[in-house]
Design a protein around this ligand. Structure first.
Ligand code: 56B
Length: 341
């Protein structure tokens, strides 16, 4: 049976057939120009992953790779129905929300002597222990906590059975190919199988598998086992934040009907046509921004610190969304509750 279209081809197909989400060529060029000004800065380079984010591991060793694996295994669905009422985690004097609340909880557990990044621990961790580890400082728990527990047990058991309990062994089996690692992750771990249908075709986004490869590349600083020769074949990660920031920057537009639905906070089911169009057009939009940016860099003869790829653009735009939360308040993000992003 033939597999789904790969993410990049899926996104192109969706963008060509989309009925409620559109890419704005002028907006794409404006975003590329915004990024051109940053091309030689600290944000658009591999080192930013550690330099700009205090919760990410400093090391580039096996423990750091297993930290990335467990956080990206749980890297989904942090949004809350009411923005002012959400899960928060305090860690070392700072309060974290969203994705960072997950990282803060992982680091807090490690500080408490709980080996949350060890497969031999999370393969049999109980729901009570998971609720304690990811406890919130507010009365709003981290969303999908039961699913997170189920996925930890499932993933831990597979990592023990197939990769002697360490994700670094999985990385080494990929022989420094980002594509091979992405497919090995999707084949081995069911919760990473971010695939659905669109207009009769099987399509894939593999959002968590792609960000896992990207974060592995980042934590290993692009060297040794993390020196993936095809890292630039990884696309942006189709989550719920990137669409919001692309609309805010004018590179993506919604139909009136879809915008009204999102402004009302209506839920979209995973695999729903409009949800797929939001994710697919966002992915394709970032590919076009990257192409435009690379052209601008070449025309300007701009020096960059290394190859600019969709991963670095994605990281930058995601961080931009975090830093401009207030400015983006009027732009809705789509509400889909699932384990894939
Ligand atoms: N496209 C894209 N989506 C990303 C990330 C990250 C974390 N990566 C950072 C960590 C280290 C690196 O330096 C990266 O900067 C999380 N997410 C997704 O966002 C959503 C959470 O959003 P909020 O509710 O605002 O926290 C959720 O779907 C989550 O899966 C990314 O980078 N790109």
């Amino acid at each position: 049976m033939d597999g789904p279209l790969p993410p990049r081809e899926s996104a192109k197909f969706i963008a060509e057939n989309s009925r409620d989400v559109f890419i704005d060529g002028g907006g794409v060029r404006r975003v590329a120009k915004l990024l051109l000004a940053k091309a030689s800065g600290p944000e658009l380079r591999l080192g930013g992953w550690k330099a700009l984010h205090e919760l990410n591991p400093r090391a580039a060793d096996e423990a750091a790779v297993n930290w990335v694996f467990v956080t990206d295994t749980l890297n989904f669905s942090f949004w809350s129905e009411h923005e002012e009422h959400k899960c928060l985690v305090g860690y070392r004097g700072k309060t974290y929300s969203g994705y960072w609340s997950l990282c803060a909880a992982v680091n807090r557990a490690l500080d408490e002597g709980i080996p949350i990044t060890s497969a031999s621990y999370y393969a049999t961790v109980t729901l009570d222990q998971v609720q304690h580890i990811f406890r919130s400082d507010t009365d709003v728990p981290m969303p999908l906590i039961e699913e997170r527990h189920r996925i930890l047990n499932e993933t831990g058991k597979i990592l023990l059975e197939k990769f002697e309990g360490s994700f670094l062994n999985c990385v080494r089996k990929s022989e420094k190919s980002a594509q091979k690692l992405m497919h090995l992750v999707v084949e081995s771990f069911p919760s990473y199988r971010d695939v659905t249908q669109y207009e009769g075709k099987k399509i894939s986004f593999y959002k968590r598998a792609q960000i896992l490869v990207a974060d592995t590349w980042s934590v290993l600083e692009g060297e040794g086992d993390g020196c993936f020769k095809d890292i630039s074949s990884i696309t942006m990660f189709a989550d719920y934040r990137l669409p919001q920031v692309l609309v805010h920057l004018g590179a993506l537009k919604y139909s009136k009907e879809l915008l009204e639905k999102l402004l009302k906070g209506e839920m979209l089911l995973y695999g729903n046509r409009q949800e797929v169009e939001i994710r697919g057009c966002s992915l394709w939009c970032v590919e076009l921004i990257r192409d435009c940016l690379l052209e601008l860099i070449e025309n300007k003869g701009e020096k960059t610190s290394g190859e600019i790829n969709s991963i670095l653009l994605d990281y930058y735009l995601w961080d931009y969304a975090r830093d401009h939360r207030e400015d983006m308040k009027g732009i809705p993000f789509h509400h889909t509750r699932c384990i894939y992003y």
